[in-house]
Design a protein around this ligand. Structure first.
Ligand code: PMT
Length: 413
């Protein structure tokens, strides 16, 4: 059973555009699920879509006139493309054919749906469905790229058996996932609208997760970082108006949407990625658990276990946080983390000074309820100005807000 729990939601008004593809019938299910989630949905169809599903189906389910041709004699609204487009919170296209993507990308407005796309100021989400060759065609790729640049949000097609009996990418995403993505997008917009944009103009560069230092093709040295803390900061910063770039090592959590993500494996790669991105940043946050040592030599073949003991020579990895601090440009706020099992505050103070940081977040990792892998964290946020915020056990989301509050406080000082 599908259950969407988005707390108190407003009644979203969604314009559902249905295009002419075999997956058009799935738009009916999308409509029903959106209605079940409390949305008001009005439907528009292309002429080709009506060959797959009758407008009457949508009319019966929405109790609304379904617009195909705004010049049609029975259309009750003579300027429907303007009225329809101005009264929605989201324009959602299911399924989006290669043809509609091409028209949207090039500003062609030769029917009701394409005119609505141009006339609308609401965000647009499209769920493409087409044959794999059409999806991979350079022309479609160009159109998709252009639409992404124009701010259109894609609900990516998935791999599977297509109507033409071939297997590949181009299948419409599951209707439940489409609706989930739509509601999650609307919900995050709602919370952005309610949140003070006190990080607007800031660009946060955040390292997340653990690094992996390879010993041989099979084994590596790493740690238990899940990425939850770094991603929580990224999400909160985005909500508060910041641009975010993430340098992501080994994680188990998924990176948030709407930000640049650079994946790396080793400390050395993380160092390079940070140095490449640093100039654009106004705030650097080292939330990653970077391995302090890496094997001097990586064996290209699997090391055989033919002796009782094995010695691996290790060398120090580059200290990324220290390098950032040394190279800091005007206005860059540098925030480090310290994961400690004992003397948490004392050791963190030493790191704050030694690495010349603006802030340090000291994590207490002595118990499993906080720190690595957990959804919660506790510790202190210490500032170079002598500030001290004690953070009792709380969710990483809440702690992220406290860290960002301290960054804003420093910035406004
Ligand atoms: O990912 P989670 O499961 O949510 O867990 C969160 C966390 C515990 C990993 C995170 O909040 C945290 O504490 N990250 C830093 C862990 C760590 O490596 O601490 P450290 O005391 O060894 O390093 C101090 C600081 O120097 C850190 O900001 C670290 O990113 C940085 N560092 C360390 C070594 C190195 N070679 N380069 C670095 O930049």
């Amino acid at each position: 059973m599908l259950f969407f729990d988005f707390g108190v939601m407003k009644e979203w008004k969604i314009g559902l555009g249905v295009c002419g593809g075999i997956a058009a019938y799935k738009a009916v299910e999308v409509l029903r699920l959106l209605q079940k989630a409390g949305c008001f949905v009005q439907v528009a169809m292309t002429k080709e879509a009506t060959k797959f599903v009758k407008p009457l189906t949508f009319r019966a389910l929405t109790n609304q006139y379904v617009i195909v041709d705004d010049y049609s004699a029975d259309n009750p609204d003579p300027i429907a493309h303007v009225n329809f487009s101005q009264n929605i919170d989201l324009l959602l296209i299911v399924p989006a054919t290669a043809n509609i993507l091409a028209k949207f990308a090039n500003g062609i407005a030769d029917d009701f749906l394409t005119s609505t796309y141009l006339a609308s100021t609401a965000p647009v989400m499209v769920a493409p469905a087409m044959n794999t060759a059409m999806w991979n065609h350079p022309a479609t790729k160009r159109n998709v790229q252009r639409l992404r640049e124009d701010g259109v949000i894609f609900i990516e097609p998935v791999e599977g058996e297509l109507a033409c009996k071939t297997v590949g990418t181009g299948k419409l995403e599951d209707v439940e996932n489409i609706v989930r993505q739509v509601l999650s997008f609307l919900e995050s917009r709602q919370s952005v609208e309610a949140v003070e944009q006190d990080l607007e103009g800031e660009h946060l560069l955040i390292t997340v997760g653990g690094t992996r230092e390879e010993i041989d093709p099979v084994r590596y040295i790493s740690n238990h970082s899940s990425g939850k803390m770094g991603f929580a900061i990224a999400r909160a910063a985005r909500r508060r108006g910041a641009e975010v770039t993430l340098i992501v090592g080994n994680v188990i959590a998924s990176p948030p949407e709407g930000m640049k993500v650079i994946n790396v494996v080793s400390a050395e790669q993380m160092y390079q990625a940070v140095m490449d991105e640093l100039k654009k940043a106004t705030v650097y946050i080292g939330a990653a658990a970077v391995a302090d040592y890496s094997p001097v030599n990586r064996s290209s073949s699997k090391i055989k276990k033919n002796s009782d003991r094995l010695t691996i020579e290790l060398k120090k990895t580059p200290d990324i946080l220290k390098a950032v601090s040394l190279k800091r440009h005007d206005g860059l706020v540098v925030v480090g983390f310290a994961a400690e099992t004992d003397n948490v505050e004392e050791y963190a103070k030493e790191k704050l000074k030694e690495k010349n940081l603006d802030l340090i977040v000291a994590n207490d990792i002595s118990s499993s309820e906080s720190g690595f892998g957990s959804d919660k964290n506790r510790g202190f946020i210490l500032g170079r100005d002598g500030s001290r915020v004690e953070v009792p056990l709380m969710s990483k989301e809440e702690m992220a807000e406290k860290i960002l509050d301290e960054i804003v406080r420093l910035r406004n000082k």
